[in-house]
Design a protein around this ligand. Structure first.
Ligand code: ADP
Length: 489
């Protein structure tokens, strides 16, 4: 099967969150199953051409946008992995992508994001044509690729080149919809006939994610629980009705993780490697981590950690409410994150108030993220909602016990530890409240004192397998379904 994987961010080229990890890893897992995969993304300023051997293909495309035709260049490299040959194409359009950030700054999104990504989607189709790249299926990811299914069923539907190309659209986070005012419709070169409640109109605005949901052949999201949650008012972000209508085509496929990147036995970023069978390196990693944060290492004090985008979704208001009580416990706390200003302020104040117990780093730092996974004892994810969540999966592999709210993928991957049966891999709480979060942390901290129980818990966690092989097979099945559906219509 020929698969084109379209994504606005792909590891290792550019990343703001979990979508990039998935986009770097899933194509490799599909290739291992014998599938023919090509990936495509924008060529952002942050991408290092030399490092990744990115070269100009000599081909340019002409892309209609509004009443203009804009030209873009096509570059090429491959997903860097000695075992992989996956080509990656980059759409080079300086005016749109040669900027310091992918989507905007902490002050807000770039004002021309509609144009940047409507262009990207149409440029992908034009790239297929000019390269003679005719996939059986285009796997689209998040709102930035939402216009691809729309175009295939409208502007490009009578073009023989695109006949029978199916689409699978994955929602990685329903909270980001690509919502723009209706007057941006001219950018799409589509008529007002699709601007209605059955099309891409959403309460008077243009909703690009909705375009993906309505026009794709199959929809997936990144965990079973989230696929059910988003059909409810509470989690549906206004699109629950649309999703419910398409429930027969909506599937939850849990993200895997790339154990070549996230594995304490081989991790190139950590100071000492370790295995389930020999944990001595973890103590070295803990000392290294606390040294970086200027805290004093102790075998008696568990280190609670956070690595995250600092956004409302992640539940940090709950931590804010109980921070003083938390700091009275025998613990240390480290955080790495960047995002909304109010959370920068909240955590910086915590760092100042508790200098010997809390270490705060505001920023994005992949190497430090690895060191935290390895050096901490517990990982906090009290998310308000969490489509899949990757950090709890990394944490499990590193024996860093997750404490999570039972929502979305967190609910599907973390099981409460039961001291009687000795089963379970972490701690979770259901109600979105700081009292419940506190009590889950307290339970974990109490268990930490019992070294036998804690060791058992770590063994359970490190023994989990969330590799991509299973989920990649599920995707292949769904690609087949999408193709069958398309050829029948
Ligand atoms: P989301 O995609 O909602 O941000 P996920 O848990 O699915 O959340 O994935 C987040 C990914 O981004 C993980 O790989 C995590 O390690 C990484 N990450 C998030 N914030 C930072 C940061 N400040 N520095 C380094 N890595 C980060």
């Amino acid at each position: 099967m020929k698969i084109l994987f379209a994504s606005p961010e792909i590891v290792p080229f550019a990343k703001t969150g979990g979508l990039a990890d998935v986009s770097g890893a899933l194509p490799k897992a599909l290739e291992k199953l014998g599938e023919d995969v090509t990936a495509i993304m924008p060529k952002y300023q942050a991408i290092n051409d030399k490092k990744f051997g990115i070269e100009y293909t000599g081909k340019n495309i002409q892309v209609p946008i509004s009443n203009r035709i804009e030209e873009a260049k096509i570059y090429k490299s491959q997903i860097p992995n000695p075992k992989s040959q996956i080509p990656v194409y980059f759409i080079d359009k300086k005016e749109y992508y040669d900027r310091p950030y992918l989507y905007g700054t902490t002050q807000g999104d770039y004002p021309d994001n509609a144009e940047r990504f409507i262009f990207f989607d149409r440029a992908i189709l034009e790239t297929c044509k000019i390269l003679g790249l005719r996939p059986d299926i285009i796997h689209c990811n998040d709102w930035q690729t939402g216009m691809i299914p729309v175009y295939l069923k409208t502007l490009y539907k009578d073009d023989q080149f695109f006949k029978d190309i199916s689409t699978l659209f994955t929602v990685h986070n329903l909270g980001y919809q690509g919502l723009f005012w209706h007057l941006d419709m001219h950018l799409t070169n589509l008529g007002w006939d699709i601007f209605n409640p059955d099309g891409i109109e959403f309460y008077g605005k243009m909703n690009i994610l909705k375009g993906g949901l309505v026009y794709s052949d199959i929809i997936t999201t990144v965990s079973k629980t989230y696929s059910e949650e988003i059909q409810t008012k509470e989690y549906g972000c206004g699109l629950d009705g649309v999703l419910h209508k398409r429930k027969d085509d909506l599937y939850g496929v849990l993200n895997g993780i790339d154990y070549e990147e996230w594995n304490p036995a081989t991790d190139k970023y950590i100071t000492a490697k370790y295995l389930k069978e020999n944990l001595s390196g973890k103590w070295e990693c803990k000392k290294d981590l606390l040294n970086i944060y200027g805290l004093k290492p102790s075998k008696e004090l568990p280190v609670l950690s956070v690595i995250s985008r600092l956004a409302d979704q992640k539940g940090f208001d709950l931590i804010g409410e109980i921070i003083d009580e938390l700091m009275e416990l025998d613990i240390q706390f480290v955080l790495l994150g960047t995002g909304e200003k109010k959370y920068h302020k909240l955590f910086e104040e915590i760092g100042k108030k508790y200098p010997s117990k809390a270490g705060i780093k505001i920023g994005f730092d992949n190497a430090l993220a690895h060191k935290i996974e390895a050096g901490a004892d517990m990982f906090l994810m009290p998310s308000r909602y969490e489509p899949c969540g990757l950090n709890q999966l990394y944490s499990l592999k590193y024996g860093t016990i997750p404490i999570v709210r039972a929502t979305g993928g967190l609910n599907d991957t973390v099981e409460n530890y039961n001291p009687l049966t000795k089963s379970g891999n972490g701690f979770k709480f259901a109600e979105y409240s700081s009292t419940k979060l506190f009590s889950a942390i307290k339970t974990a901290v109490d268990f930490y004192k019992d070294k036998l129980q804690w060791n058992r818990l770590m063994m359970n966690a490190m023994g989990e397998d969330f590799s991509w092989s299973h989920s990649a097979r599920e995707y292949v099945e769904l690609y087949r379904k999408a193709i069958n559906k398309r050829t029948k219509t």
